[in-house]
Design a protein around this ligand. Structure first.
Ligand SMILES: Cc1ncc(COP(=O)(O)O)c(C=O)c1O
Length: 428
């Protein structure tokens, strides 16, 4: 491919040669039967690390069968806190502020209801249409739980860039009624828009609202400092850039400065004495009070080693590589794919972009299916018309970026769209 753009001045081979993270690729499992697979969906489900699979096997082959119930005294019981404290290091949070728990949606519900409870005189939750649709459903459910007057205000965007002014106006409201909560995804699942977390948090705080961030698409890809940004609450998943495995548990962050936050789904694991079997037990003091039931030991087992790899790689190096990859991809798209009907639907300013790039195309779903079935490239499709290409810097090479673009060209120019127009997969 030619190099008419500054992002393309160095060849992919030169960049891979100079990549300080290159060695991490071998820490992950790559199927031998699909050696040419280019996996660009790590923003939906990350690849397994070898050590994660070993941890899961050790649990299934040894700990559970041989240790049985004794396993709870040999490390299982503290899993939410132990892994939570390691994730906290990726979030700029302190020990005791993060626990591994439930699905993201459940954590979001708990955090939203807790926030509304802490702002009893206020009824509005502000979010935007870049937020994950399920998050908006959950926020509406939280609003219904707390009271009939509560409502969720969804700020419209241009579909690519979020709007701080729009959020500021929504926080201000019409009738001077103060907002209770601002709940946003730091990186949008749609366009990859990345908020300046500290700036948006400050705007919400000025309006007297609490702030709840969804970090699903940013944790492991973007530097996060919840303490510096003065964030109240956050949730995120571990199965995307953290590579924790399909359905691995989420995490919840509760600032240690907000002891008034009450978990709305109280249960024994969130109490100060889970094994006291006392129905009058009080809540645990730290973020552990947001736990409810028995920790998912099986699905947590791959998470710990995967998080260790992220910490070892270092978020600043991961971010630098991610930015270089998405910049390169966009430059190649402009050169080779825009003439074929694609449009970049992600922010062009890398500071406002996470680690995936969205491209629209009138036949996006057919292009995605053709890539999957004919060219061993895995992106994902999101209705109505865009494909997301996720660049997980810990296991991808710059050569993958170039090769993916070459294969997309081949699919479109070779009639792949006609062959896959009628495919309708369950998971797009
Ligand atoms: C940004 C975002 N928030 C929330 C969710 C929902 O997560 P869960 O299904 O683990 O509740 C997802 C899932 O992909 C997501 O991408």
């Amino acid at each position: 491919m030619s190099a008419s753009d500054p992002s393309l001045v160095r060849t992919a081979a030169e960049l891979d040669e100079a990549d300080p993270l290159a060695g991490f690729r071998n820490e992950f499992v790559h199927s031998e039967t699909e050696a040419d697979l280019i996996y660009l969906d790590g923003n939906s489900l990350g690849r397994p690390a070898r050590q994660s699979l070993e941890a899961a096997r050790a649990l299934l082959d040894q700990q559970w069968p041989s240790r049985l119930i004794r396993g709870w005294n040999e490390g299982w019981f503290e899993i939410p806190q132990r892994i939570g404290n390691r994730i906290a290091e990726l979030l700029g949070a302190s020990s005791g502020e993060v626990v591994l728990a439930d699905a993201t949606s459940v954590c979001l519900y708990k955090a939203a209801v807790a926030a509304l409870g802490a702002r009893p005189d206020r009824t509005r939750i502000i979010t935007d249409d870049q937020n994950f649709p399920s998050d908006i459903q959950v926020l509406r459910a939280a609003a219904r739980t707390v009271g009939p007057d509560h409502e969720v205000v969804v700020v419209p965007t241009d579909g690519i860039h979020a709007s701080l002014d729009g959020v500021r106006d929504a926080l201000a409201g019409d009738a001077g009624d103060g907002p209770a909560l601002l709940a946003l995804s730091q990186v949008s699942y749609r366009s990859g828009w990345c908020w300046d977390m500290a700036e948006a948090t400050a705007v919400a705080h000025e309006a007297g609202a609490l702030v709840l961030w969804d970090l699903c698409h940013s944790v492991g890809a973007v530097p996060i400092d919840l303490t510096a940004a003065n964030v109240d609450l956050a949730v995120g998943c571990t199965y995307k850039y953290l590579n924790g495995g399909p359905g691995s548990p989420a995490f919840i962050y509760v600032s240690s400065g907000l002891p008034q936050m009450v978990n709305p789904i109280v249960g024994w694991y969130g109490s100060d004495d889970p094994m006291g079997f006392d129905f009058d037990a009080g809540p645990a003091l730290d973020a552990s009070r947001f736990l409810t039931g028995t920790p998912p030991v099986l699905s947590s087992s791959p998470v710990g080693p995967a998080v260790e790899l992220m910490l070892e790689a270092g978020i600043d190096r991961l971010r630098a590589k991610s930015v270089a990859m998405t910049e390169r991809f966009i430059a190649l798209v402009d050169e080779h794919l825009v003439p074929l009907g694609f449009e970049v639907r992600s922010p062009r300013d890398f500071q406002r972009r996470g680690s995936h790039v969205s491209l629209s195309h009138p036949e996006a779903q057919a292009v995605g299916q053709a890539l999957l079935h004919e060219e061993s490239v895995v992106p994902d499709f999101r209705p109505p018309d865009f494909l997301r290409f996720g660049f997980a810097p810990i296991y991808l090479r710059f050569a993958d970026v170039d090769e993916a673009v070459a294969r997309i060209m081949r699919v479109v120019e070779g009639g792949g769209i006609d062959r896959w127009r009628d495919a309708a997969p369950i998971v797009p």
